[in-house]
Design a protein around this ligand. Structure first.
Ligand code: HPA
Length: 272
């Protein structure tokens, strides 16, 4: 079965369970899954029940699609994503977003936990992703291109939708939150960075560093979706005073920032 057939198989299953219009989708990053609790009239579809859908392996990542309402909009939340460091192919890493687009959804909010490299940031801050640098050394579009998904050479001049960034900034401001903006540098992980690596990533233009999002954003742009990216800065990744970091700390900070994250995302969803 080729990728398009696999996507369609997963799509058909979901449409059999739910076939009304979905307004937008959101991929919930590490520690940010509680937004799913704010959905009304929830319908939960386990990844393991969807044909061809992969299953995630990381602590802090569930494995379910949740369809429900927020502020009068119908939202599909992908709770649990697939990381390259888990050993999945890039095709698998981007499978979820392919299915989301196949369901007819154009707008996607992609979230993650990331290390802050910009000294103006602090742990617990949220950063709107203005642009990214792919330091993963690979690309989800390598291989045969399926024109029904998108072009061989997709444009990335506006990978993150400017209107959505402005709308997100306004939403945060109205709620009294200061939100940061910056460039997300994607590495494969799974180890956190050395000080020398962080010095390099900062010098090359990164404000935050993380191990996800960029493959999904590339696939989303390939399919002409509108992307809003939000990083939760869970730790400061600054070479000169780098403290030891583990996944537990990342989860703890993300959990603390969740209330703010949920407020802001709900306000964004209302306006989209
Ligand atoms: N580096 C890479 N990925 C991350 C980090 C970090 O400091 N924090 C959360 N995800």
């Amino acid at each position: 079965m080729n990728i398009v057939e696999k996507i369609n198989k997963a799509k058909e299953y979901i449409l059999n369970v739910y076939n009304k219009k979905i307004d937008l989708a959101i991929i919930l990053g590490t520690g940010l899954g509680s937004l799913a609790n704010s959905l009304d009239n929830k319908l939960v579809i386990k990844y393991e029940d969807i044909p061809e859908f992969p299953v995630s392996t990381v602590a802090g990542h569930a494995g379910e699609l949740i369809i429900g309402n927020i502020k009068g909009k119908c939202v599909l939340a992908m709770n649990g994503r697939f990381h390259y460091y888990e050993g999945y192919s890039m095709e698998t890493v981007t499978f979820g977003i392919r299915v989301i687009k196949a369901l007819g959804i154009r707008d996607i909010i992609i979230t993650n936990a990331a290390g802050g490299m910009n000294p103006d940031f602090g742990a617990g801050d949220l950063m709107l992703i203005e642009d990214h640098i792919n330091f993963m050394g690979t690309n989800p579009l390598i291989g045969k291109n399926y024109e029904e998904l998108g072009p061989r050479f997709p444009d990335m001049s506006k990978a993150y939708n400017k209107e959505l960034i402005i709308l997100a900034e306004k939403s945060a401001e109205e709620l009294g939150y200061k939100i940061k903006k910056g460039v997300y540098a994607a590495v494969t992980g799974p180890n956190y960075e050395t000080p020398a690596e962080l010095r390099m990533l900062r010098l090359l233009g990164g404000d935050a560093v993380g191990m996800s999002t960029v493959p999904e954003v590339i696939a989303a742009n390939h399919m002409s979706m509108r992307v809003l990216g939000i990083s939760c800065i869970t730790d400061m990744a600054i070479a000169d005073n780098l403290e030891p970091l583990d996944h537990k700390k990342v989860l703890e900070t993300a959990n603390k920032a969740q209330i703010k994250f949920v407020f802001i995302v709900k306000a964004i969803i209302e306006k989209i």
